[in-house]
Design a protein around this ligand. Structure first.
Ligand SMILES: [Zn+2]
Length: 325
């Protein structure tokens, strides 16, 4: 009996010692890592590609006032980053491929390119559409990738403001089958307005929702249209989708979710669409899988449509002709 207790005490003491040792080791490792200053791989030139640390982030500088950010399409799972322990971890499949198809279509048909920033890490390692704490969950390598992802976006925005005075970031995502089994084939367009807010009448929206609460402040300012027109009027982004045989929400056909599942925009949409220090807008795009991002054919077909409707959107609301900049 006594022997058992002694052994037990010894084991506890030993594990306490080894725990301490582990923690010391961790501290030493933490102190030994010094990342280069952000921006040391710059300046960022159009036509070149920048990969970030270990290729966790890709940055393609562009030459039109359009940014495509792709936070959830990555599939890299390095062992130096332990899995995130809370939050969503589902990959938005084929969204990187979709973004690249859009980039390629801009270039091959109009000789221009959007700025594209991609998180290549799997969402189990980094969620690049959450605040830094939830995104990286304390892992220094994931934190570095998060910092680089946003640094590249900020450099892209800075370049765009300098050259064009305003621009739009599209944060690209994919939504799957709803928990109730319904497969919504509409693209969910997020301006930071919740389902409940969108469920109101146009009159209510225009009278009661402040333009400070949406991510398209600069578009509202320059277009001269009301908020409800920007959301579901005949020249809203949703309307342009529908004019081109893709359904969308909100849009003239689907003004509001009416109780259906819908994502109104996340961290990136908020961060780049509500900062009044910049004349800049941000829109979240949650694309369905079937018929849009499932095959190379679907993606190429949609890319062609998307390029044309972004051109139209910029002409109508920002008075910018992307094809002749
Ligand atoms: Zn997503």
């Amino acid at each position: 009996m006594t022997y058992t207790i002694r052994l037990f005490t010894f084991l506890i003491f030993f594990s306490f010692l080894s725990c301490n040792k582990e923690e010391n080791k961790k501290d030493i490792v933490k102190e030994a890592i010094a990342f280069p200053d952000l921006g040391e791989d710059g300046p960022y030139n159009y036509g070149q590609t920048y990969q970030g640390r270990n290729g966790y982030t890709t940055y393609y500088p562009g030459n039109i006032p359009v940014i495509l950010s792709i936070p959830h399409g990555g599939d890299i799972s390095p062992s130096e980053i332990s899995n995130r322990t809370y939050g969503v971890s589902v990959t938005d499949s084929n969204t990187i491929e979709l973004g690249i198809a859009i980039r390629n279509y801009f270039y091959s048909n109009y000789n221009i390119r959007p700025y594209v920033i991609i998180n290549n890490l799997k969402r189990t390692k980094l969620d690049a559409n959450r605040d830094r704490i939830e995104a990286a969950q304390g892992n220094i390598y994931a934190e570095r990738a998060f910092d680089e992802f946003h640094f590249y976006i900020e450099k892209a925005r800075e370049d765009i403001i300098t050259k064009f005075a305003t621009g739009v970031l599209f944060d690209i995502h994919g939504h799957g089958i709803n928990p109730d089994g319904f497969n919504d084939l509409r693209t969910w367009i997020g301006y930071l307005l919740t389902s409940d807010e969108l469920d109101n009448s146009n009159d209510y929206i225009d009278k009661n929702i402040s333009i400070n609460d949406v991510s398209i402040y600069s578009l509202l300012n320059s277009s001269g249209q009301s908020l409800s027109e920007l959301l579901s009027g005949p020249s809203s982004l949703g309307a342009l989708f529908e004019d081109n045989n893709y359904t969308a929400l909100p849009s003239p056909q689907s003004r509001s979710p009416e109780g259906m599942r819908y994502f109104s925009g996340g961290y990136n949409t908020f961060r780049y669409g509500t900062n009044r220090n910049f004349n800049f807008s941000s829109i979240q795009l949650e694309f369905p899988f079937q018929g849009l991002r499932d095959t190379p054919q679907s993606r190429n077909l949609f890319a062609a449509t998307f390029v044309d409707l972004v051109q139209e959107y910029f002409l109508i609301h920002l008075n910018i002709d992307l094809f002749s900049l």
